[in-house]
Structure formats: C-alpha cells, structure tokens
Design a protein around this ligand. Structure first.
Ligand SMILES: [Zn+2]
Length: 137
C-alpha cells in the first residue's frame, strides 16, 4: 500500500510525497509537479526528497507543462534542472556521505538521462552547481 505525506516548498505550497513500489525498476523518484512519487526504500531519504522537491520548484518556476515539455525535448534544459536537483541533493547530505553521493550523482547523471556525457564531465558540471562562485546559465 502506498504511503502519503505532505511537505511544503517555499513554506506555503503543499507537495504530496507518495511512497510506492510501483515505480519502474531504475527509478528512485519521479516529480509530477505537486506530486512526488518515491520508491518506498527512499521515502525517508532526505537528500532524495530534496532532489525531487527541487524538481517541484522547477515545475512551478518553469511554467508547469512548459517545464515538462522542455525537460523531455531539450537535453540542455534536462542537464540544467537535473544538475540543480543533484546539487541540492548533495548539499542536503551529511558531510560524511556527501562525497560518495557526489560520485553516485555524477554516475546517475551520466547514465540515466540521455545526456551523452561521461561521468567525469558530469562531476565537473556538478561541481559548478555546488560552487556558488561559478556562474550558472
Ligand atoms: Zn532528477
């Protein structure tokens, strides 16, 4: 049976978090705007939830359906929003696991999003998003 909890982004906008076993095997979480589906094994993993909630913010900032269309049609946009979400996820990690999560995130970004980037390239990109002194476009 799915689990349900509600959290807020920007302190006022409710987001439903549904823990489920019904995600495709390779997916940990999926953001559908105001609804986040998370594999039940990760439903209490705060960095994973932060990643998906970052996507909820992107959904509302990016113009709802426009965000989804850009995500699926533009690899540049997909890279940008995933890098932002992974950076938020890594920043939410306790320091003793942040480095391993950084490497896992770079590997996931290089393999799971159709971006045609190497893991090393993704590490450099993620470092840019983690370092506030590096300009982002
Ligand atoms: Zn993501």
């Amino acid at each position: 049976m799915p689990t349900l909890s509600v959290t807020r982004i920007w302190r006022f906008l409710p987001i439903a978090i549904v823990g489920t076993r019904r995600l495709p095997q390779s997916l940990i979480g999926v953001c559908l705007g105001p609804i986040v589906l998370v594999s039940r094994e990760y439903v209490r993993d705060q960095p994973t939830l932060i990643h998906e909630l970052e996507h909820s913010k992107q959904f509302f900032k990016g113009g709802l359906i426009v965000h989804f269309v850009r995500y699926w049609l533009s690899t540049d946009y997909r890279l940008k929003v995933e890098a932002q979400a992974f950076a938020a996820e890594i920043a939410a990690c306790p320091s003793h696991i942040a480095l391993s999560r950084f490497h896992e995130s770079a590997r996931a970004l290089s393999c799971g999003y159709g971006l045609s980037l190497t893991c090393a390239q993704c590490e450099v990109i993620l470092l840019g998003y983690l370092n506030p002194n590096v300009a982002q476009n």
